[in-house]
Design a protein around this ligand. Sequence first.
Ligand code: ATP
Ligand code: MG
Length: 494
Amino acid sequence: MQYETMPNFLKKRAFLTPERTAVYFNEQTLSFRELYENSYQAAGQLQGLGVKKNQYIGVLLKNHLDTIVILFALQLIGVKAVILNNRLSKKEIVWQINDSKAAALILENDLYEMMQDLEVPVITKDRLFAVTSESPELLEEINLNDVCTVMYTSGTTGNPKGVLHTFGNHWWSAVGSALNLGYTDSDRWLCSVPLFHISGYSILMKSVIYGMPIILHESFDADRAINDINNHHVTIMSVVGTMLYRIVDALKDSKLPNHFRCALLGGGPAPLPLLEACKAKEVPVFQSYGMTETASQIVTLAPEYSITKLGSAGKPLFPSQIKIILEDGKMASAKQAGEIIVKGPNVTKGYLNRPDVIKEKFDQGWLHTGDIGYLDEEGFLFVLDRRSDLIISGGENIYPAEIESVLLAHSDVADAGVTGINDKTWGQVPAAFIVLRNNAHVTEEELKQFCLENLAKYKVPKSFYFTEKLPRNAAKKLLRRKLSDLLQESWNHK
Ligand code: ATP
Ligand code: MG
């Protein structure tokens, strides 16, 4: 018989280690017993408002203790949470609520005014917590194949897609990570990434599955992070590149304490200068590769390889597999670039209401990521770029990320984006969009020269455009498809 059920995660955890701390948030702490009791009460309040098992319910909340309680309350009664990004515009949020066909929206009190004209019921946090709690019908057993959450992709390559995460996806993501990083009783994970992203939500799931305390911040602040790492005994922290840059800057001449054992870096490519700066400050960085669809990282590089395998995202976690395939579907050989395909119990079973995308992206259990990369002889993954951003110039493949990484290493460059523009001779050629640091005076010629020293000639951008700001989405990811819109308003020093 195949085991597909498990006890409800939070209820089980509160039974196993009730007195252990679950969350530190500002001056407040909650033990697992208290987290369960509060979530149980909120589950009864949700039920009192007519929220039912198996419904999709939108959630638009900030990083806060109450958010954790509400997210677990939904899990306790088997409601599928459509977790929305509170940095999006109203238009984008409404698009996602309509796309998901959510039956209601639970939101922050101060967002009510903005969202009150939705076609579905809008429930503020205050209203939810004021309802008399019924005794909730608990989902005592979860089915690992059932959907637990829906999260939208960042929308970097087009419209966002609602990724279905089953309980099993979250379970295996937490297990895969523990098998990789190990887990001890003294571990504490700092969550200053948003709970509405898989990066943040996956920390909640790890907390309950491992019995591990988390420290929750409303948002990221480098000094506060360093302070809590020192004084709250944080051992692990999830970061994206910009956060790590700021930590390294804020450290000045100091170092992080020895108990801090892992900065788990995800979300996008890690520029080499950043990795080198971390090495110099002895910040233990675990590079990783993953996407919303893989319920957090699927590939990780341990720090002992950070120099010998500089730039690699590592090897797939124990329960997961990756392959590189060529255009004709054949497997690539070592060092040969192709599309990264992934498989594993942490990989989504598909997208909400999008059978067309499921058909396009899944083949015999393998998800086609749309990312290009290669494996070296030892099986370490190197991510090159997204397939949709690839520039083909005179038959040569050019990866914008590689050029951007070189440009970002220039001390006068604050931000850089590269895209292909049409060219009579070569089909396409790379063009660079540059945001200079304050008071920088570098010229196009000097930047070209700098690129020539670091890149093959055909990869050096043919033109440079200087601009105030690059187009980025709510996750701060560069929207390369929108770079050419800047041509009008940028200036070039020719
Ligand atoms: P959309 O799917 O809507 O276009 P998105 O892919 O940016 O948005 P996410 O799921 O947040 O949405 O991001 C996952 C993507 O981030 C990966 O598919 C990959 O392109 C990029 N990424 C993640 N880790 C790395 C890495 N280590 N190196 C390079 N790229 C990475
Ligand atoms: Mg994607």
